[in-house]
Design a protein around this ligand. Structure first.
Ligand code: SF4
Length: 162
């Protein structure tokens, strides 16, 4: 199974939402609310347009130097933790390809940036995530509901709560 950065984001946001997304449960997108799911979708589409690739992985841009730096540029830090793990996943992939890279998360509108380094601890976490994603997705039923502050804005809220 090809694991994508979007799946890693969903894994961190909500494993049940990951299951709905990966099993292509389509919901009606009429609501004006900005759902976590839609936010992730939009990000992934805008990335595809930029089309800067390292193997199977596409991202915002890379700065070459003594150490290459993979940049992720985001509008808001609302999904900071999921985005962090998405970038860690890219760094992990780059390392597997023999590239020594660092990550930089940039939030221009908030004048904020964060450098990310793949430590051995983070590497283990990423490997655990990669192992768990296929077993979550391939399960015949979704993981149980765990209520979170943003559930009411989730694309799958109605489906999830019935
Ligand atoms: S409503 Fe909450 S528990 Fe259900 S899929 Fe969405 S985020 Fe996850």
């Amino acid at each position: 199974m090809k694991i994508t950065g979007v799946m890693v984001q969903y894994y961190i946001v909500c494993k049940r939402e990951l299951w709905f997304f990966a099993n292509q449960i389509n919901m009606n997108y009429n609501s004006d609310d900005i759902s976590i799911g839609r936010h992730i979708h939009e990000k992934s589409y805008s990335r595809e347009k930029k089309n800067i690739n390292l193997g199977d992985i596409a991202f915002d841009f890379v700065k070459s130097g003594d150490k290459d730096v993979i940049y992720e540029i985001k509008k808001s830090s609302k999904l900071e933790e999921p985005v962090r793990y998405q970038l860690y996943y890219y760094l992990w992939n780059a390392k597997k390809m023999g590239r020594d890279v660092e990550g930089m998360l940039v939030y221009p509108e908030e004048k904020k940036r964060e450098k990310l380094i793949l430590t051995p601890e983070v590497e283990k976490e990423v490997e655990k995530i990669i192992q768990e994603i296929p077993s979550i997705i391939n399960n015949p039923s979704p993981p149980p509901v765990i209520i979170k502050p943003y559930c009411k804005r989730c694309t799958y809220y109605e489906l999830c709560m019935v």
